[in-house]
Ligand binder design. Sequence first.
Ligand code: MN
Length: 432
Amino acid sequence: MTLPQIDHTHDAALKSWVPSADNHPEFPIQNLPFGVFSPQARAARIGVAIGDYVVDLAALRDILPEAASEALVQPNLNALFALPAQDRRALRLRLSELLSDDTLSGAVVPALYPQAEVTLHLPARIGDYTDFYVGIHHATNVGKLFRPDNPLLPNYKYVPIGYHGRASSVRPSGEPVVRPRGQRKAPDADAPVFEPSARLDYELELGIWVAQGNALGTTIPIGQASEHIAGISLLNDWSARDVQAWEYQPLGPFLAKNFHTTVSPWVVTTEALAPYRIAQPPRPEGDPAPLPYLLDVQDQAQGALSLTLSVWFSSAKMREEGRAPLRLSEGPASNMYWTLAQIVAHHASNGCNLNPGDLLGSGTISGPTPESYGSLLEITEGGKRPFTLPTGETRSFLQNGDEISITASAHAPGRASIGFGECRAVILATPA
Ligand code: MN
């Protein structure tokens, strides 16, 4: 497997001349995530986040590597994702140079915009969105609620389970979520009703952005899979649990999940994540080894990421009273039974073609204990254990006006920490 290498762009001592960049909690010069933004009332363009600023890459194309030139004037990252990984690496090297060497700042300053003054968009035109289910604690917790006697089905430890989601309803952070109507049936009711969901939930996930794809009928070998990953965002797979419980058998999730999916707009690149790679945790004694098409020694040694994932909650009343958001959970991203490379290799293993800009959700990432559960379904045990807010309000599922924000940081000894920005949205009432 060809993994991106650690180089001087990751050096913790590297400084930037851009104000606010040094020691920035999310976007120091070691990060350099790509995104799509609009400066006030102007057309969408590609940028890179540095400190509290975004750099307009289209404006700098004449001093950036020529191989990326065409891709950098597009209104989305699809063409950049489609380039060979080495071209994105060359772009990163040059950006790191331009943003660290103050003798080069003159050319860059006119292309800097304060992030607070721009609108961030979806990073790519998403052709297809697939959501996986690789958080084994989540799968076990949810399995217990839906099937107490049979929580983890026998295929789970062999197959990276997934379903095809809906690309059209993926939205960037900040866009409100309208509470969906749907069919739900109480256990003791004879027939379902069609009403606004009463059990609206979030799911803490990572989103994988597909880089170069594969032709229909060909596969992506596990040893090459990480080269097909452009980067990672945070993803919230909003879920209507009452609708889900009634509709999910026999074909899986459908309207309970496709009404809205939120992603964080910055793509933290595979190159930026190189220092934060860790070994995939060993499988518990007695679990089967991955089948050969999903097994790569280097992927097992370096295919997981050292990330801390957090979920933050605020109700309308909490915001009115000026209260800080409440942290609902915090935990590592290492509770994934399958690596990102295994997800990609499995998706293409039947000859299904992936395309640049496709989005793959990891599935809800929960830890083994309630402090690190990645959904309300788990935190409140299906609504049975509501929790109390600082305002005295209680919650078992999301109410209108509630806001969920997911954040994350990558860390490694002797390295700068880097972040992902926000994956945030507020719940709006169902229209009459
Ligand atoms: Mn999900």
